[in-house]
Design a protein around this ligand. Structure first.
Ligand SMILES: [Zn+2]
Ligand SMILES: [Zn+2]
Length: 422
């Protein structure tokens, strides 16, 4: 029953983590703790670290943190790439040192040594492919083909030139300030890869995420199975122990505290490895789920941000329009003159400033400033904005898996069959 309970808790926590990341900002969950949890996992984590730095190092802490963040995240450098390689290499070494020597065990054959090492190497291969492949750099030779792939929607993208590259900027492309280049269908600049993730290497990035999530899940499951099998083989569950404090005879099954204390003392490295790979698996799987959701919805991370900014601007404009209407009604009812009849918020402000005595009485009936709130439009959510680049699940996936084929097809269809597409 205990392993099932652990599995249920693990699955529940994983689903909650993914749901929070994906839907934490959705209005459907506005009355639940999900928005707060989403904030804590995203912006809140950064604020918390800055606050901790301020407590530990005073005012110099946040400044130092900002410098480190700028060096690691906003300038091209391999520091985080090296960190990933060190983590992967350390985990593989630790499995070879502490877990694999326990094999074979009943129900766990020794071929897990080979498959475990192969899974880590596969993960490394996809990491290198995603890190060193071209993400879809826009050059004078291929800009025409990229311009043919996606039309400007007039909402998020319109015809313009990149000031830095001096090239026409195709729809869905973006200039990466870290790499100093325009990248087609730029999703984001990944500090783990020290490379942009764009049209041409998104498939390798997904393969990297899938292989990392799989190798973490495999490592955690293998660690748990090895601990369980070794405990059973040593007959530890039926072995009597003397309690160090009370001197009583106790069994492991008597309490979870005994189990954890015994595991920590006898299988410390194995337990730490199992927990580490499980925690890493949670995080990577959550991020993978978010990327898959974006692909299904025909969006990129950069577009999600742009749509959020656009929706906020439109919501503010709507709110301003409502305020303007209320002010005009208040002017019309407050000074008894029928108002100016103007439809401009600027004019309304001017009238208020010029005639201080014309300010309406808040106690007045229909002319009160607090009255006609009901006429304000509902605020816009990013999901309410149209997405012209969502071409259906099959096409969205096909563009990720075969980007160069779609690029060539778009260039040919636009009459540029001889244009270079890559
Ligand atoms: Zn550029
Ligand atoms: Zn970049």
């Amino acid at each position: 029953m205990a392993p099932l309970l652990i599995l249920a808790l693990y699955t529940g926590a994983l689903l909650l983590f993914i749901l929070t990341l994906l839907c934490g900002e959705n209005e459907l969950f506005a009355r639940t703790p999900l928005p707060k949890m989403h904030y804590l996992l995203t912006e809140g984590a950064g604020s918390g670290i800055a606050s901790l730095a301020r407590r530990c190092c005073g005012q110099r802490g946040p400044a130092l943190l900002a410098t480190v963040a700028e060096l690691c995240c906003e300038r091209s450098n391999p520091a985080v790439q090296v960190l990933f390689l060190a983590l992967l290499g350390s985990c593989l070494w630790a499995y070879c040192r502490f877990i694999f020597p326990l094999l074979p065990l009943p129900g766990i054959p020794s071929w897990h040594k080979a498959t475990g090492a192969a899974a880590a190497l596969l993960c490394l291969s996809f990491f290198l492919l995603a890190s060193f492949s071209d993400p879809g750099t826009i050059t004078p030779a291929n800009v025409s083909a990229h311009l043919a792939l996606y039309p400007w929607d007039g909402l998020l993208y319109e015809q313009k030139e990149c000031w830095t590259c001096s090239l026409s900027r195709p729809a869905r492309s973006k200039h990466c300030a870290t790499c100093n280049r325009c990248v087609a269908k730029l999703d984001h600049h990944c500090i783990w890869l020290n490379n942009c993730v764009g049209l041409a290497n998104m498939r390798w990035f997904l393969a990297f995420l899938i292989s990392t999530a799989a190798v973490c899940a495999y490592g955690a499951a293998l660690g748990l199975a090895v601990l369980r099998a070794d405990l059973a083989e040593q007959d530890s569950w039926n072995t009597a122990f003397l309690h160090p404090d009370t001197g009583e005879v106790v069994y492991l099954a008597d309490s979870w505290r005994f189990v954890l204390a015994y595991l920590s003392a006898r299988y410390g490295p194995q337990l730490a490895l199992t927990f580490f790979t499980a925690a890493a698996g949670w995080i990577v799987t959550g991020f993978l789920g978010y990327q898959l959701y974006l692909i299904c919805a025909g969006l990129t991370t950069a577009e999600v941000h742009k749509r959020r900014v656009l929706a906020s601007s439109l919501a503010l404009a709507q709110e301003a329009q409502g305020v303007e209407q209320r002010v005009q009604r208040a002017l019309a009812g407050g000074d008894g003159s029928g108002g100016t009849g103007s439809t401009s918020a600027g004019t309304a402000t001017l009238v208020l400033g010029r005639g201080g005595g014309a300010r309406p009485d808040p106690r007045a009936g229909s002319g009160g400033l607090q009255q006609p709130r009901t006429q304000v439009q509902p605020l816009l959510q990013p999901a309410a904005l149209p997405n012209f680049y969502d071409r259906g699940l099959r096409r969205n996936l096909a563009e990720i898996l075969f980007p160069r084929h779609h690029l060539r097809a778009a260039a040919t269809a636009a009459g540029g069959g001889t244009q270079k597409a890559d």
